[in-house]
Design a protein around this ligand. Sequence first.
Ligand SMILES: NC(=O)c1ccc[n+]([C@@H]2O[C@H](COP(=O)([O-])OP(=O)(O)OC[C@H]3O[C@@H](n4cnc5c(N)ncnc54)[C@H](O)[C@@H]3O)[C@@H](O)[C@H]2O)c1
Length: 282
Amino acid sequence: MENFVGIITGCNSLTGIGRATAYSIAKKNPKAIYVTDISDSNLATLAEDITKTTGVECIAKLVNASCDEDVKGVIDDAMKKYGRLDFYFANAGIGNAKSMAEQTKEEFLEMMTNNAWRYGYLLLSNIEIVFAAVKYASAAMEQTSSQKPKPSGSIVATSSIASARSGAGSMSYAASKAAVVNICQTGAWRLHGKNIRVNAVCPGVIETEMTKPLLEAIAKDPRKQRLAMLHSALERYGKPEEVGALVAFLVSRDASFINGQAMTVDGGSTAALPYLPCFVDN
Ligand SMILES: NC(=O)c1ccc[n+]([C@@H]2O[C@H](COP(=O)([O-])OP(=O)(O)OC[C@H]3O[C@@H](n4cnc5c(N)ncnc54)[C@H](O)[C@@H]3O)[C@@H](O)[C@H]2O)c1
């Protein structure tokens, strides 16, 4: 990743996928990484630590990843300072635990089209964040200069195994994550011939701030805990750095022919039908 400059969204959470990915990418020795989030309580210390431990320039910036002006602002900053944008990880996102019974058809549809803010929690942002990433980051990646003579870039977005199957989130969360995969597929083709790749990563259950309340509730009930361990063939939850390692690969030159894909990192969860002990043990 020599000379690479890139942006990661959703890095403020101390246990999150964004923060872990910043370290995974820094290990590959790019020129600079922007670590961004809608909250900035932990961003400056993250940036300082990455620079101190890896020597990679790391810049902390307050960015609402679903706000066009913020996204354009951080991309402009990178272009002015470094003259290039090589990767953009559209990772920021939120969950939602509303049950099907609690959510009305109107709420769901409105969430999937516009005006999601009205309901307090912005699930649509999972889609807006990725749309803004593909739209604005690709425009910067197309720009050339003496030190980057050809357009190039890699955009990665965080989807979820909820995009492919039921059982990993509310109906609107799952639908928004399915849309993230689709935006990556169509984005890859809208950018055909431009040497810009767009891929999604689909994590299974990862131990982060987002899943903390759920996993704590499960841990209190031994029966649920036993069942939860069977959600992956590795009989454990994933760690944020296990997603970070995949993203660091996808944004690097090593993944130069991987495009328009949804890559799953779930310990085997989606490889199986629901667990039936007699089949597994035989
Ligand atoms: N943890 C899991 O099991 C899991 C599984 C599949 C997918 N995901 C996805 O992974 C991504 C990261 O989640 P996480 O598990 O690390 O959660 P997390 O809560 O630890 O981190 C999410 C970060 O995103 C930030 N954020 C939220 N909305 C934002 C916005 N509009 N602009 C900028 N920053 C914003 C939050 O402030 C937070 O720092 C999300 O897109 C989530 O849906 C998580």
